[in-house]
Design a protein around this ligand. Sequence first.
Ligand SMILES: [Zn+2]
Length: 267
Amino acid sequence: MTTIFSTPYDVIQGDSPLLVSMPHSGLHLTPQVARTLVPEALALPDTDWHIPQLYNFLEAMGVSVVKANYSRYVIDLNRPEDNKPLYAGKTTGLFPHILFNEKSMFKPGTLEDKAHQQSCITHIWQPYHQQLTAELARIKQKFGYAILFDAHSIPAQVPMFFDGTLPDFNMGTNNGTACSPKLLKAAEQAIAATAYTQVSNGRFKGGYITRSHGKPGDNIHAFQLELSQATYMHNDGSFNLDDNKCAQVRPQLKALIEALVSCNLAH
Ligand SMILES: [Zn+2]
């Protein structure tokens, strides 16, 4: 069965040194994947929910955005194309087969469709990464450097990945190798001025996007934020945005983005 792929991402081209990537907020499924999923998986529980809405201030700030349209259940853009594991311990891969609660995503008897997986690499994964590369090059051409901010979110408690409850702001720079230390410091200071908890290079150090695109020696700086969904969603299993929480955290996210944009990284 041949798949007609829809646009794998949307782009907003801004006029600032910063590009925001949203790889896990997409909700589209291909027919091949949709027909294999159990009902619980069809609700896409492991989505980085409401990220575009949460960051609705970016366009007005002149920040560029690349936003994925397909769900991570079709292909995970924050994993390497060769599917080498990113983390020691349990993780989900390029083509996930379990939910974050460790249940199978697939109906019994589902077989891996290797040809479809290859099409997803060609039609979704590669174009997304090529677009990030092209946008970063365009920005660097103009400003002498570029910053990639990879925007994620995750429930505060996911026993498969970590014990206990996650801090609110989880910043990842691949242990300091993906960006200038000035950038992480600016981000940490922006959040230190708030009541939110934070950690840098803790459980989440930055996934494949941060690790592969961040080349500070080449004036491309990458930074991942894994935001706890407890800071902006209802904790009732509905996946709904909590308007009150959102109104509190959004200005802090904006302050964080402003701190990155105004961080002088030019040589
Ligand atoms: Zn994510």
